[in-house]
Write a protein that binds this ligand. Sequence first.
Ligand code: ATP
Ligand code: MG
Length: 255
Amino acid sequence: MTGLLSVSGLSINFGGLAALSDLDLEVAEGAIVALIGPNGAGKTTVFNVLSGLYHPSRGRVTFRGDDLLALAPYAIARRGVARTFQNTEVFRRLSALDNVLIGRHAHIKGGVLGGALALPRVRSEEARARRDARALLDLVGLGDSANVEAASLPLGHQKRLEMARALAAEPTLLLLDEPAGGLNPTETRELMGLIRRLRDERKLTILLVEHDMQLVMGISDRVAVLDHGRKIAEGKPGEISRDPAVIEAYLGAPE
Ligand SMILES: Nc1ncnc2c1ncn2[C@@H]1O[C@H](COP(=O)(O)OP(=O)(O)OP(=O)(O)O)[C@@H](O)[C@H]1O
Ligand SMILES: [Mg+2]
């Protein structure tokens, strides 16, 4: 496995708060890596830096060897980094299918004008985009909900819809921020199967933030642990669950 994403010395401050301090993280191609840690540890902040929303105070981030910090969010997405959000962000009034089509937007050539003129090439690309979007809905188990308004889907389905929308951009690296948040144990098990399939069948690399330890320990190749913006441990799931520093970060120091 070769390094796909490489983070080194990453630091970001908000006023007096060091949200991330000198973070190093390597994500190998084809790996499932989990980023865990207590509330406020800086996990979502890592994703916000990786997707170009936050600019770090220090550090380097390379993706396939390119400097990611020099790129705007849309350019990062085009390079192959897609994400979901901790607070699910679907377009509530649009159908599930249209939500996925929006995720695909960057790949449809011809643009608005071409669409308005109904150029044949654009029309055939649109037809292909719709086919692909339906296939993605099938993949995430929402094939029967293509025409359902996103707002009326249950939370677990909205989360999968958001995954389908991220996948529509044809990413190499998928960032999932608490994909199991709010899911019941059955839904979480199904989600684990889906994440595994994305890696095994679609050859995606996955970096996920998650509090559900069954999911984290069940599917991750590696786990990195953040606490107060610092990486306090990293290793295989079995090593992490026995690590005293990790246990202390989660349970708090003894009185
Ligand atoms: N835009 C911002 N402005 C100010 N402070 C911020 C901003 N974004 C994050 N923070 C702060 O940085 C710290 C890390 O936040 P972050 O959202 O990354 O935590 P997290 O590990 O994702 O936590 P959770 O598990 O609760 O989602 C928190 O103290 C948070 O309040
Ligand atoms: Mg978060």
